[in-house]
Design a protein around this ligand. Structure first.
Ligand SMILES: Cc1ncc(COP(=O)(O)O)c(C=O)c1O
Length: 308
């Protein structure tokens, strides 16, 4: 079992000093991170009642901005959360925040929208009367080398992805307790991240990223039910289709995952992160990305480069 744990969101550490004095956007104001505070009555703090997006800035261009806004606005509409501003205003706020921090590249952003400040410390959404709280945290951020050279060690965890009629996994909500519990279980099993099954026992996703395997040149991922509708997941599927790489969204079990030639995770932060081990079983005979994963990484980099 691996002793030194890694996380899919590890950055290379060179940015820590630069991020110590960043400015945070809170409802139109830009303040030093030490002064960036929201009310203890905020719906996001009190109940996890809010939605967020993780986005990356590449040479001054936000990666897949429209896709992120489609997901954010769809999620907020589904829970009757009025963002209060249009997507162009959000782009404006992102631009202001990037400029205030002198950031153009290797930047990760967490855009958060909550139902706002409550008049009393209770659950009813009608108590949130202030209008949405909008926060943008933008950090210098470069994924750590080890994520590519070695990869990630997964453990299958007891915590599963739920049915959409409990809390739909497509909500990128402030409440991530389901994922946090899965992550804790993985850590306690000595792994970096938790591999989560769906309610039927099929392999679904990890606690923070979407999950793919490669078998005999074919790329497989879950049906898309029960997991985050990841922007990167969809881009990888589209790239496969555009480049004649067989890709399937289907049910499969741990039997096929353990026997895969390659496995990788997708997410905005790490793009495609190789997986080298699942439940103590080595995947393929390589560390880092296997040949199909490397091919997809190259195609994804070209796609990103076409944005700026
Ligand atoms: C549980 C989960 N899965 C997958 C993803 C990856 O989604 P994306 O590719 O849009 O970053 C995220 C990102 O927020 C997530 O929280």
């Amino acid at each position: 079992m691996d002793k030194q744990n890694t996380s899919t969101h590890d950055s290379d550490g060179s940015d820590e000093a630069r991020n110590r004095h960043i400015k945070i956007y809170i409802n139109g104001e830009l303040v030093h991170r030490d002064e960036a505070k929201v009310s203890v009555y905020d719906s996001g703090f009190m109940l996890g009642d809010g939605m967020w997006e993780g986005m990356r800035l590449y040479h001054g261009k936000w990666g897949f901005f429209e896709e992120h806004m489609d997901r954010l606005f769809n999620s907020c509409k589904a829970v009757s959360l009025d963002i209060g501003i249009a997507r162009e205003d959000i782009l404006d706020a992102l631009t202001q925040t990037a400029a205030a921090n002198d950031m153009t590249h290797d930047v990760h952003c967490r855009l958060m929208v909550t139902r706002g400040v409550k008049s009393k410390p209770f659950q009813h959404p009608a108590l949130s009367q202030s209008g949405a709280t909008i926060v943008i945290i933008m950090e210098h951020s470069k994924p750590a080398e080890i994520l590519q050279t070695k990869g990630i060690n997964l453990a299958t965890v007891p915590q599963i992805r739920g049915l959409p009629m409990s809390q739909d996994a497509k909500f990128n909500s402030h409440s991530k307790l389901n994922c946090v519990i899965a992550c804790l279980q993985a850590e306690q099993a000595g792994a970096d991240e938790g591999l989560m099954l769906d309610p039927h026992g099929f392999v679904n996703t990890t606690n923070a990223c979407n999950f793919f395997i490669v078998r005999k040149g074919e790329v497989w991922t879950s049906t898309g039910d029960y997991c985050m509708n990841g922007v990167t997941r969809q881009k990888v599927i589209d790239l496969c289709r555009a480049n004649d790489i067989p890709v399937f969204e289907k049910n499969y079990s741990l039997y096929e995952a353990y026997g895969a030639d390659e496995a990788f995770l997708t997410g905005t932060f790490g793009a495609q992160t190789p997986v080298y081990q699942i439940d103590g079983k080595r995947i393929g005979n390589h560390y880092g990305a296997g040949p199909v994963t490397q091919h997809l990484q190259k195609l994804y980099k070209e796609l990103i480069a076409s944005l700026y």
